[in-house]
Structure formats: C-alpha cells, structure tokens
Write a protein that binds this ligand. Structure first.
Ligand code: F6P
Length: 364
C-alpha cells in the first residue's frame, strides 16, 4: 500500500539541525513521494494531546539554517510514564500511550518519524512494539547514541566549545590564569574530548576517566616551570574525581524526569585548584549556547541526509528502525538493537591516545 501520511516529532532537548531534518523530511515526502506530513508539537505531548500542524514545503522554507525546532521539544512527557506534580506536591505517573496511539490512528498516519536522543528512541521503540510504524532519527549534542558514528548537533556543539576555548586561551594568557570551560555531554565525554583537542586545551577531563586532582595540578605547575604560566582546562559536566561522584544541579525528582541534571563540576574544580595554586582560576560554564543557533555545514548535511533517508525508509516500510551514519553511508538498524543503549568514549578510543601523545593531561 502506498504511503500517504506521515507524522513527525522532535523529542528531548533541542540541538542545532532539528529544523534542517524537518525541512528534508517535508521536501522528500512532498516533492519525491507526494506524501503529506503532520508535525506534532512539543515532542510526544503533541501525540498525546492531539496538537499538530501540517508541514508543507511553504511553511518549512528557510529552515535549513535556523536553530531550535519549528515544532518545539520537551524532555519531559514520556507517554508511558507521564509525570505531573499534584497540588500536594506528590508526583503522579500515568500511562498515556494508548491515547497517543489512538490519536496517531485517528489522523490516519502510515508512519511516525521520531527525531530524538536516548529517551525518544526508547519511547519510539515501545510504540513500535505496540504496532506503531516508526522510523527514528538520532539527535543529540552529546553524540552518545549507540549504532551511529555521529548524531547531528554534535559537531556544531563542538565548534562552539572550540571557539570558546580559543577565546579562553587569549584572556587566560593575558592574566596568567587557569581557565576552566565546563561543557555538556551527560555521561559521555565526546564534546569535551573533541573540543579539547580542536581548541588546544592543556587538560581534558571526561566522565569515562575519573580524574586525579594531583595530576591536573602537576600539569599546571609543569607548564609554569616551562615558561607558560596559564592553563586551559575543558571539563565535561559529568566528570568526577576518582572516588567521587558527578556534580548534580537538579535532581530527577525536581525536574519530573528519570535522570538528574548535571552541572557544577567546573566551579567545584576551580575552587579546589585555586586553594592549592598561586594562580587565579576562572570557570566558564558554556551551557545551552552549545545547543542553540545555526548548525554548521557538517550538521546541515547530516541532518538533510537523515531526514531524506528516513522518508525513503518509511516509503519502503522498513519500520522499527533507526537511521544511522556508518561513514560514508547511512544505514538502518533495528530499534530493538539500539534503543536504550548509550555510546561512551571507549577506553581504547584513538582520540584519547592522540590527546596524550601530544601532551594533553587527561587527569590520570
Ligand atoms: O542531552 C543533551 C543535553 O544538553 C545534555 O548535554 C545536558 O546534560 C542536558 O541535555 C540538559 O538538559 P536540560 O535541557 O533538561 O537542561
């Protein structure tokens, strides 16, 4: 049976390139296959509460370069575990998946394209198990999804962090300071590692390698002894000291989600280092700047390829799949194989070796 109507949503935290995927989905669907596209608003909320808009080549024009997502996104609102806070403060959880599936069927959709990260892919997989035809597209600045070489949004975030490190170098050198940049990434150190190498950081601290503060101090002192009395450090928000725990800025319960919000390690490290150095130490938390704004050319291309490929996969009825990048090609993997799996920096990652080969301290 010919595909006629597809739904699309953007779930989880946003990143650069979401709009570029939407544009590619709509253009491929309408120009190539004469298929109508319906966009659900605010991730799975739109599916649960029947909030959507029809997307056309006209209303998705000029989206390639635009940051954010035309449809809105939320990292709350899991239809299988929909949490709300009651007046007495108690958290109430409901399973609204049947309601979402009803709305999907009432709109007579032939497929849902779910664009998102780990949480979204898990939900997409659960819907797929319930019989909904789903194709998923991997998104996150963290680059931590299993099965794909890169997620879109990551390279743009790395570029923003790299540019920031370039700037911290010059001011750090002027004032002979230790400059710390805290970047995002949840439990994965990809952003810290790639931005640290591209931005010439002297120390890179990632969640996968608990750091020894003494090693960091040793690096700073060595640089000083060598005539370089300033040091640039990039620390991933999920990094922690050996024997310690990641610094949490908001608990899962406070934010009605399954995971804590990370953040604060940069300032904690700054306090720790400053107490043992003559140098001044300054910390910059890069935060959401990594997620906003226009995608770089790598992410524009990847997002466009993923969107077009997802529609092709839908037309060919290859449901229950995730579109992945296996350089240089795109491919499909069963959602069952990848949903819920994260990809951390492996101990044998060549980038780690490269970093240490050129004298970058990884805190070990
Ligand atoms: O997963 C993307 C990400 O930006 C992480 O790097 C970060 O830890 C988290 O989202 C922040 O989430 P929120 O948007 O809920 O603050």
């Amino acid at each position: 049976m010919k595909l006629q109507r597809i739904g699309v949503l953007t779930g989880g935290g946003d990143c650069s390139g979401l709009n570029a995927v939407l544009r590619a989905v709509v253009r491929t669907a309408s120009i190539r296959h004469d298929v109508r596209v319906f966009g659900f608003e605010m991730g799975f909320d739109g599916l649960i509460f029947d909030r959507w808009q029809e997307l056309t080549t006209a209303n998705t024009r000029d989206l390639l370069t635009r940051g954010g997502t035309l449809l809105g996104a939320t990292n709350k609102g899991n239809p299988f575990d929909y949490k709300t806070r009651e007046k007495n403060g108690n958290i109430r959880s409901e399973n609204l998946s049947a309601q979402a599936l009803d709305n999907f069927n009432r709109l007579k959709l032939d497929c849902l394209i779910a664009i998102g990260g780990e949480g979204t892919l898990e939900i997409a997989h659960q819907f797929s198990e319930m019989g909904m035809p789903v194709i998923a597209v991997p998104k996150t600045i963290d680059n931590d999804l299993a099965g794909t070489d890169y997620t879109f949004g990551f390279q743009t975030a790395v570029q923003v962090a790299c540019d920031s490190l370039d700037r911290l170098h010059t001011t750090g050198k002027s004032h002979q300071r230790v400059m710390i940049l805290e970047v995002m990434g949840r439990t994965a150190g990809w952003i810290a590692l790639e931005s640290g190498i591209s931005g010439g950081a002297h120390v890179i601290l990632i969640p996968e390698i608990p750091y020894d503060k003494e090693k960091v101090l040793e690096k700073i002192r060595l640089r000083e002894a060598g005539g370089h009395p300033y040091t640039v450090i990039v620390v991933a928000e999920g990094a922690s000291e050996t024997g310690g725990a990641p610094v949490i800025s908001e608990s899962a319960e406070q934010r009605l989600q399954n995971t804590d919000r990370l953040g604060g390690v940069g300032h904690a490290l700054a306090r720790d280092l400053e107490s043992q150095l003559d140098h001044e130490v300054r910390c910059t938390v890069l935060g959401y700047i990594q997620r906003g704004g226009s995608p770089n050319s790598f992410d524009r291309i990847l997002a466009t390829r993923l969107g077009a490929y997802a529609v092709r996969a839908a037309v060919e009825q290859k449901f229950g799949s995730l579109v992945v990048l296996r350089t240089p090609n795109l491919a499909l993997l069963p959602l069952a194989e990848v949903a819920g799996k994260v990809r951390l920096v492996p101990p044998d990652c060549q980038l780690l070796q490269t970093a240490e080969d050129i004298g970058i301290c990884l805190g070990r």
